[in-house]
Design a protein. Structure first.
Length: 221
């Protein structure tokens, strides 16, 4: 096998890869933040004493977690435009899909985090005259977020890896950038190998940072 990586210079990376990396990072950030907000609401709904609200949240979470992400991506990209009468576009479809999909996973993480807070904490909030929403906002959720921060960040790293799946609907992500460069220079093997290396470096570096953070949080406790 005759591999030649010489063509992958700075100009090629800037022309083909940089835009894809920006989209992958932006998609990860938007989906993580949106998924965290929606996931927190779903977690609170699932823990609610109202059966209808709890069952609806549980149905959403279980459905999303039971379907492969690539199927959800194709659903939104192909079926939603038929319902609304206009195309969403690959990038917008990817953002909506990932936000709604990741919300189900973040919801379970947040639910576990909320349940990890000792019962005495919310009871103390109620004893001080706080309402349920105030107790959740000022007492329970800050502790739950601290408890679940390493897991949330790990799920965000997985989310970054999963962004490569938007390739199937034509969105120009990091993998698409490398694939385009490889096709134009007739060096697909080299570009896929470099793409794998880039994903590894980014994800390994972030995983290492999460492990360090987890140790620091453990020391504080």
């Amino acid at each position: 096998m005759n591999l030649d990586f010489a063509f992958l210079n700075g100009q090629v990376l800037a022309d083909y890869v940089w835009a894809g990396l920006q989209f992958s990072l932006a998609l990860t950030a938007i989906a993580a933040l949106g998924g965290l907000v929606l996931g927190t609401l779903l977690a609170l709904a699932r823990l609610s004493s109202h059966k209808l609200l709890s069952n609806a949240a549980a149905a959403y979470i279980n459905t999303m977690r039971s379907v492969p992400l690539i199927m959800v991506i194709l659903w939104f990209f192909l079926l939603i435009p038929l319902l609304i009468g206009q195309p969403l576009g690959a990038e917008r479809s990817a953002v909506i899909t990932f936000t709604l999909f990741e919300a189900a996973y973040f919801a379970e993480i947040m639910r576990a985090g909320i349940q990890s807070v000792p019962v005495g904490q919310p009871q103390a909030g109620y004893a001080m005259g706080l309402t349920y929403s105030q107790t959740m906002r000022f007492v329970v959720l800050p502790q739950a977020l601290r408890n679940m921060l390493p897991v949330l960040l790990t799920q965000t790293i997985i989310l970054f890896q999963d962004t490569s799946l938007v390739y199937v609907i034509g969105a120009y992500d990091l993998l698409k950038g490398f694939e385009t460069a490889g096709r134009n220079f007739n060096r697909p093997m080299e570009t896929y190998l470099v793409a794998a290396a880039v994903y590894f470096v980014i994800c390994f570096g972030l995983s290492y940072a999460v492990r360090r953070l987890q140790k620091n949080i453990a020391i504080i406790r």
